[in-house]
Design a protein around this ligand. Structure first.
Ligand code: CS2
Length: 494
C-alpha cells in the first residue's frame, strides 16, 4: 500500500474514509471518567463500549482520560499521546475475518510518573464522576495469607512517606479523594474492571485499609460519598504482536503504534451502584443488575480458571497458544471434566444464565484459531490468579466432600511449570511478581512436592487438607514419572 497514514486526530477525516471511525466530534466530549491502566483489556472493553456510547448525542460527558500509572507504561503512554488517544481495535471474528475500527473515547492521556499532580487534579475534577481501574489481580495489594492489605510492600511504604508523589493506586486515590473533599465535591464512583470476585468490595476494603493509616480523617467522607460497584468484565484480549501492527499497515494503510486485538465476544455485567450518575452503557450492550456475584463467580471459575488450565497444561505440552491447547483432545477432555465435575457443583443455580450453553461457548472461544492468545500471557502472574480463579472452587468442593482431583493436578502441574523448563527441555517464561519464591520452592519440591504448597501467600492453609495434599502429591509424582501427556490421559480416565 503506497499511502500509509499515521493515526492521529489531524488525520482522522482521511482515515475515516478507509476504516470505521468516530462520527462524534471529539473536541466536544467532556472527560467524565478517569481510567487507570490503559493496556489492551481496557481498550477492547470499557473504552470500546464508551466509544459506542459517545455516538449518541445525550452522552457527551463521558469521555475517558487514560492514565498510565507505572514506570514501564512509558511506551504505551508515548504512543497514545502521539496518536491523541486514538487507536485501532481489531476484532478477530470466528471465521478469521477482521473487523477494524478506530476508537475515540480516550480523549486525554496522562502519565502518572511524570506528573502525579496532574493525575490527582484530574481525578478530583468536578466533571469526573467515575474513576475506573484495570490494575490487574495483583494490583490490589491483597495478602492471601493474612486476608488483609499488604503494608510491607515497599511502594506502599513510599506512598505513606511521600503522599504528594505516589506510586500506587492507593496513594493516588487517597490524594484525589482528599482533594475532592477539600473542594466540597460530593460523590464519585470507583469502579474496578479487574478479574476479582467482588472486585468493588475488594477495592473498597483495600482502599479503606490504606486510608485508615494514611489519612484517617478521610474514612467517613469516603463511606458517605464513594461507591464501589462490583462488575464482571469479559473479552479475551491477547497481547498485540508485531505482525498485527504490520498487517494493519499493509491492509488498511494505517500506521498505529499499538492497536488492540480481541475476540468478538464481550460481556459487562455491572452492579447499579454509582454515587454520581453513570453513562447509559446499557444502551450499548452492558447489563446492569442488582447482584453481580453469581456472574463473577461463573466467569472467574470457568473462563479464567479454564484459561489457567489450558495455559499451564499447554506450556508443559510445549504449546505456545491457547487454541493449540484447547484443540488438543486430552487437554480439552481434562478441561471439560474439571468444569463439569469440580466447578459446576459449586455454582448452584444462576438465574438468567444457561450454564451448559456458557460452558459450550467457552470451549468455542478458547478454540478460536485466529485469536492466537499467548500461553505466556495466560501463565503470567499465576501466583495472583490461582487464588482467585481456582482455589475458591477447591475450598467449596472440599467443604462438601466432593472431588478436587483435577484442580490438584493443575496445582501440581503449576509446581512443575515453576521449575522453568518443560519435559522437552524448552524454557518456560515465568513472568510473575513472585517468581523468585516460586522457582525456589519448585526446585525444592522435586522429590517431595509439599514445599511448593506451603507458599501461604498463594495457597493459604491448603497444605493442611490431607485430601488435597494427597491428590496433589499423587498428581505431581505421576507427572514426574510418566510424563505430562500420559498423566493427563490417566487422570481423565479415573
Ligand atoms: C485471562 C484473562 O489473564 C488471564 O489469565 O484469563 O485475561 C481473560 O482473557 C479475560 O479475563 C477475558 O475476559
Amino acid at each position: 500500500m503506497e499511502n500509509i497514514i499515521k493515526l492521529n486526530q489531524k488525520n482522522l477525516v482521511e482515515i475515516s474514509t478507509k476504516i470505521t471511525s468516530p462520527t462524534y466530534n471529539r473536541s466536544e466530549i467532556k472527560t467524565g471518567i478517569v481510567h487507570v491502566g490503559i493496556g489492551g483489556f481496557h481498550r477492547s472493553h470499557e473504552a470500546f463500549y464508551t466509544d459506542l456510547l459517545l455516538e449518541s448525542e445525550a452522552q457527551k460527558d463521558w469521555g475517558i482520560c487514560g492514565v498510565a500509572l507505572l514506570d514501564f507504561d512509558t511506551k504505551i503512554y508515548n504512543i497514545l499521546k502521539e496518536q491523541d488517544g486514538l487507536y485501532t481495535l481489531i476484532i478477530k471474528e470466528l471465521d478469521g475475518s477482521l473487523t477494524k475500527q478506530i476508537i475515540g473515547s480516550m480523549v486525554e492521556v496522562l502519565y502518572a510518573p511524570e506528573s502525579p499532580i496532574k493525575v490527582i487534579e484530574k481525578m478530583a475534577s468536578p466533571d469526573v464522576k467515575i474513576i475506573s481501574l484495570t490494575i490487574t489481580e495483583g494490583g490490589y495489594n491483597y495478602n492471601e495469607a493474612t486476608g488483609e492489605f499488604n503494608f510491607e510492600n515497599p511502594l506502599i511504604q513510599h506512598d505513606l512517606e511521600t503522599p504528594s508523589a505516589p506510586k500506587t493506586i492507593f496513594g493516588y486515590l487517597t490524594q484525589a479523594l482528599k482533594l475532592r473533599k477539600e473542594k466540597g465535591l460530593k460523590g464519585v464512583t470507583i469502579q474496578s474492571c479487574d478479574n476479582i470476585q467482588g472486585n468493588g468490595h475488594m477495592t473498597e476494603k483495600m482502599l479503606l485499609s490504606y486510608v485508615k493509616v494514611a489519612e484517617p480523617t478521610l474514612v467517613s467522607w469516603i463511606n458517605e460519598n464513594v461507591s464501589f460497584p462490583n462488575a464482571m468484565v469479559d473479552r479475551i484480549t491477547p497481547a498485540t504482536s508485531a505482525l498485527d501492527i504490520e498487517k494493519l499497515k499493509e491492509t488498511s494503510g494505517i500506521d498505529d503504534g499499538w492497536p488492540v486485538v480481541c475476540e468478538p465476544f464481550k460481556q459487562w455485567v455491572i452492579e447499579d451502584n454509582f454515587a454520581a450518575g453513570r453513562p447509559a452503557w446499557e444502551t450499548v450492550g452492558a447489563q446492569f443488575v442488582k447482584d453481580v456475584v453469581p456472574y463473577e463467580k461463573m466467569k472467574l471459575s470457568l473462563l479464567n480458571a479454564g484459561h489457567s488450565v489450558l495455559g499451564i497444561l499447554g506450556a508443559l505440552y510445549g504449546y505456545s497458544t491457547i487454541d493449540e491447547a484447547a484443540n488438543d483432545a486430552d487437554i480439552s477432555s481434562f478441561l471439560r471434566i474439571y468444569m463439569g465435575n469440580e466447578v459446576t457443583p459449586t455454582l448452584g443455580d444462576l438465574e438468567g444464565v444457561n450454564l451448559k450453553n456458557y460452558k459450550f461457548s467457552l470451549i468455542q472461544r478458547f478454540g478460536n484459531i485466529y485469536i492466537k492468545d499467548q500461553i505466556e500471557r495466560i501463565c503470567s502472574e499465576s501466583s495472583a490468579k490461582i487464588p482467585i480463579f481456582i482455589l475458591p472452587t477447591v475450598y467449596a468442593q472440599l467443604e462438601n466432600n466432593r472431588t478436587i482431583n483435577h484442580a490438584a493436578f493443575i496445582i501440581a502441574a503449576f509446581a512443575i511449570y515453576s521449575v522453568g523448563v518443560n519435559e522437552n527441555g524448552s524454557q518456560l517464561m515465568i513472568k510473575d511478581a513472585m517468581e523468585a519464591i516460586l522457582t525456589e520452592k519448585a526446585i525444592l519440591s522435586r522429590n517431595n512436592p509439599a514445599p511448593f504448597l506451603e507458599i501461604e501467600s498463594i495457597f493459604g492453609q491448603l497444605k493442611n487438607s490431607k485430601i488435597f495434599l494427597e491428590a496433589y502429591t499423587d498428581a505431581y509424582q505421576n507427572i514426574v514419572k510418566n510424563g505430562i501427556e500420559k498423566s493427563v490421559k490417566d487422570i481423565n480416565s479415573t
